[in-house]
Write a new protein. Structure first.
Length: 226
């Protein structure tokens, strides 16, 4: 009997693994959430949208911050270890930066700059990746950018009753204890890491396709390759 298929590390779906043949005995492969978009098939008016061009430029910073947060988590966090409260809060700061930075381009902003979408980039997300993206947006909206009482995990505060030295009763409030540390599991973190890398590459790919329409608006230098 055939051996049952082993699950991929970190729960990566089968379609994240790819291999491209470059010759009879050569090729390259790796892991990605989605293939690069074919920008030649995008509407010409989209490639000439300067407001979208500005959004893509700004998103480079956001995704760079998300990638840096990923680096910090990889350097400091052992998902199996136990940590003191201060360290757990530091890790949650990393995670907050990761999620808020990833979600920022997909949110409304002032100044006439449109929000980013995968459809705008010419990318169709699989159900798995769509669910991953939506979960990050939900965490951003309910936990990291706002404090939604239905989603922030904490114990109830406790009222302690006692009497002072004169025998008069009084109460003291012990504040709640909050869940600290990362909310993403190690598998979810690795999945998000692939997603952030892929969307960052997709944005740069789109910028390269668009920039020729705006050469008169951008600083320029001559590159002598002779």
């Amino acid at each position: 009997m055939d051996e049952p298929a082993q699950p991929h590390p970190h729960g990566f779906p089968d379609d994240w693994f790819y291999y491209v043949e470059t010759g009879p005995q050569s090729g390259y492969g790796g892991i990605r959430c989605f293939p690069p978009a074919d920008t030649s098939k995008l509407p010409a008016e989209r490639l000439k949208d300067y407001a979208l061009f500005q959004r893509l430029l700004l998103s480079l910073r956001d995704f760079a911050h998300a990638r840096s947060a990923i680096t910090f988590v990889r350097e400091d966090v052992d998902f199996e270890a136990k940590y003191h409260l201060a360290e757990l809060r530091r890790f949650q700061c990393y995670e907050t930066t990761l999620i808020v930075s990833y979600c920022r381009p997909f949110s409304e902003s002032r100044g006439g700059i449109p929000r980013l979408s995968y459809k705008t980039l010419g990318i169709n997300l699989s159900p798995f990746v769509r669910a991953l993206h939506d979960s990050l947006i939900a965490k951003r909206n309910k936990i990291f950018a706002h404090s939604d009482a239905d989603h922030v995990e904490y114990s109830m505060p406790v009222v302690m009753h006692s009497n002072n030295q004169q025998g008069h009763p009084f109460t003291t409030l012990y504040p709640p204890r909050f869940r600290e540390g990362t909310l993403l599991t190690e598998a979810e973190f690795e999945q998000v890491s692939v997603l952030v890398n892929d969307v960052s590459n997709a944005v740069m790919h789109m910028l390269q396709a668009m920039h020729g329409n705006f050469v008169d608006r951008l600083p320029a230098h001559t590159l002598n390759l002779g």
